[in-house]
Design a protein around this ligand. Structure first.
Ligand SMILES: O=C(O)c1cc(C(=O)O)c2c(n1)C(=O)C(=O)c1cc(C(=O)O)[nH]c1-2
Length: 181
């Protein structure tokens, strides 16, 4: 895509971002096609839960790295809820704990998942690179890289359908809905 030279309206900008998502977001990856279509084996779903956990637990570290670089209190305040979404608050247990309940629902030991011992080196490499990117690149690039969250609700909804076909338990459905929703 060629660089945009003239300022865009908010709606045009969002439409442009959403077009990029429609063309390039990772829901188009063949693995996600299988996961969402109910084509994975239960062990493949478990392997995905173990590896996706590493992403889930690194996102607040990425957001904390971002906030440590921001001088504007208003921006830090706006960003803060992203950390709370994952780490939780007094009222909300947060996505990390909910992901561990999902792990349990699909037959994994949550302590093992939380240890990250089962995470593949390639997953670790890619996720750590994202945290490093946000720590080291410009703030604009850091914010831009975090906009993928915009596309996550759709992928989460598709996934709930697919995974519940593979592991049809009310517990799996409940956990998937609350862990990523
Ligand atoms: O399940 C997924 O496929 C998926 C992907 C992404 C993403 O594309 O970065 C995020 C999430 N989930 C998610 O739940 C989430 O809270 C989130 C935050 C961010 C970010 O970059 O700050 N990405 C994502």
């Amino acid at each position: 895509m060629s660089p945009q030279r003239t300022p865009q309206s908010r709606d045009e900008f969002e439409a442009r971002l959403r077009r990029i998502g429609a063309e390039r977001y990772h829901d188009l990856h063949p693995f996600h096609d299988r996961l969402h279509g109910g084509g994975c084996t239960p062990d493949e779903v478990r392997a995905w839960v173990i590896n996706r956990y590493y992403y889930q637990h690194s996102i607040p570290k990425k957001d904390a790295a971002f906030m440590s670089r921001v001088d504007d209190p208003a921006l830090r305040r706006a960003w803060r809820s992203r950390i709370e979404d994952h780490d939780g608050t007094d009222e909300n247990e947060g996505g990390i704990r909910r992901w561990l309940r999902l792990a349990e629902a699909v037959g994994l030991d949550p302590d093992y998942v939380a240890s990250c011992d089962g995470v593949l080196p390639t997953t670790r490499f890619a996720v750590d690179a994202y945290v490093r990117y946000v720590r080291e690149k410009t703030l604009l690039e850091a914010v831009a890289s975090s906009l993928t969250e915009l596309f996550a609700p759709k992928i989460h909804a598709n996934r709930i359908e697919g995974c519940c076909g593979i592991m049809p338990s009310p517990m799996t459905a409940r956990c998937l809905t609350s862990a990523t929703g």
